[in-house]
Design a protein around this ligand. Structure first.
Ligand code: NOJ
Length: 438
């Protein structure tokens, strides 16, 4: 008999505001940094932009019907900071608030649990222009925005995520490494303070955690120097965030590596105290792939080079498909991070879809989801405290710098007509949820 998922295991799907909502100039919404990144001086788009995206802002009711049809128990969305505070702080925008009130109520009415990310990449433009997260002032504004969200929605939203993928926010930019490490640290301070705020908040009776993009790093061979390279990349991508959010400290080897190479950033010991004093409730993991590293003596700071596995399947993003690495990553978390409760907050793949007789065939995506859920089951059977899985993504959507060219959805979007079509992978996920087994 097929193995069942535990009774309280929750299946969901995830999205984020800028990637699906559209309605970028409606109902008093302010501007985010993403409203200008792909535009010229006159405001003309130079590439795909999220002005319309999946038009979810207007279609959320129908979209919730689709979630219900899929059998989703939970939905992970993000709140757009500039719909609530068009200028980042100051006047609250009641129409923006209304949208999320309605979305949350509609989800609950349909038996789907709303779970919300406070910040998923779409920083208010006003703060981006002041240096973004490199400027510590942003932390206070973020706290104010978080408090407003807890006040407004915390009576019904009982699962909160602080930041989504702080690694991307800190390191995918043009700043020198020292500044990037400073950005990462400011994000950690902001995270710690939001947890503290939530603990002391009237509505703070739910759970709160962070969402990290993690990928297990393997050495290409057993050679010592390949292991050194893999350990450095693991330190850079995984441990630099896992250690502070769970243990309240930065990994010593990485601290030494950065200092030795002369990268300048300021960390005060009291900042880390806050991370220790206010532990989060769970860890959200966005997992897409793994890394295989070989030693590259002329490639500081990590002396590593990504190795391409000749036999493996790669997604349209160029990411290797490796479900067993999810199992191993989860075992690492169990062993090294006090078996903290884990949610898989994102997992999915961009592959080309094929339309046959008005049906969308995407066997590689369906297989990807299934195999990763298998890895989750195996981890559960070995004692890992993983309690949720959210597929990325509910819809094809705006894939940041790559626009609409990469499709991650289990629901297909025709961007000309906004027609939604559940893909074969969506139906496969529906069956898994229904049976609660693979
Ligand atoms: C993680 C990010 O959270 C999400 O915004 C993005 O679309 C997916 N990765 C796929 O790249």
């Amino acid at each position: 008999m097929a193995h069942k998922f535990p009774k309280d295991f929750i299946f969901g799907a995830a999205t984020s505001a800028y990637q699906i909502e559209g309605a970028a100039f409606e109902d008093g919404r302010g501007q985010t940094m993403w409203d200008v990144i792909h535009r010229d001086q006159e405001g003309k788009p130079t590439q795909d932009v999220g002005d319309i995206a999946c038009d979810h802002y207007h279609r959320y009711k129908d979209d919730i019907k689709l979630m219900k049809e899929l059998g989703l128990q939970s939905y992970r969305f993000s709140i757009s900071w500039v719909r609530i505070y068009p200028q980042g702080a100051g006047e609250i925008n009641p129409l923006g608030v209304n949208f999320y009130q309605n979305l949350i109520d509609e989800l609950i009415k349909n038996g789907i649990e709303p779970t919300a990310t406070l910040w998923h990449g779409d920083l208010p433009l006003v703060y981006d222009e002041k240096g973004g997260w490199l400027n510590p002032e942003v932390i206070e504004h973020y706290l104010n925005y978080a408090k407003t969200c807890f006040d407004l929605f915390g009576d019904r939203v009982k699962i909160w995520y602080t930041h989504n993928e702080p690694w991307c926010a800190a390191f995918l930019n043009e700043h020198p490494l020292g500044d990037q490490l400073q950005i990462a640290h400011h994000l950690m301070i902001a995270h710690a303070r939001v947890i503290k705020l939530y603990r002391n908040h009237l509505n703070g009776d739910g759970k709160i955690g962070i969402v990290l993009n993690l990928g297990k790093q393997y050495p290409k061979t057993f050679e010592k120097m390949d292991q050194f390279a893999a350990r450095n990349v693991d330190g850079f991508v995984n441990r630099w965030f896992l250690d502070p959010v769970i243990k309240g400290e930065y990994p010593k080897d990485m601290m030494e590596l950065y200092r030795k190479q002369g990268h300048h950033f300021i960390i005060e010991s009291k900042d880390l105290d806050e991370l220790k004093r206010y532990p989060m409730d769970f860890l959200g993991i966005n997992m897409y792939s793994r890394g295989v590293q070989s030693y590259a003596p002329f490639n500081p700071p990590f002396y590593a080079q990504d190795y391409h596995m000749p036999e493996a399947i790669y997604t349209e993003m160029g990411w290797e498909v490796c479900p067993s690495s999810l199992y191993e990553l989860l075992m690492d978390i169990k062993e090294k991070y006090h078996n903290i409760e884990v949610f898989i907050t994102e997992n999915g793949a961009a592959f080309k879809d094929e339309m046959i007789d008005n049906k969308i065939h995407d066997p590689l995506r369906a297989d990807f989801i299934k195999k990763h859920l298998e890895a989750v089951q195996k981890a559960i059977s070995h004692g890992v405290n993983v309690t949720r899985y959210y597929a990325w993504s509910l819809f094809d959507n705006f894939e940041w710098g790559l626009g609409y060219s990469k499709r991650f959805g289990i629901i297909h979007i025709d961007y000309e007509t906004q027609k939604r079509t559940i893909k074969a992978s969506g139906y496969c996920y529906q069956r898994i949820i229904q049976k609660r087994s693979l």
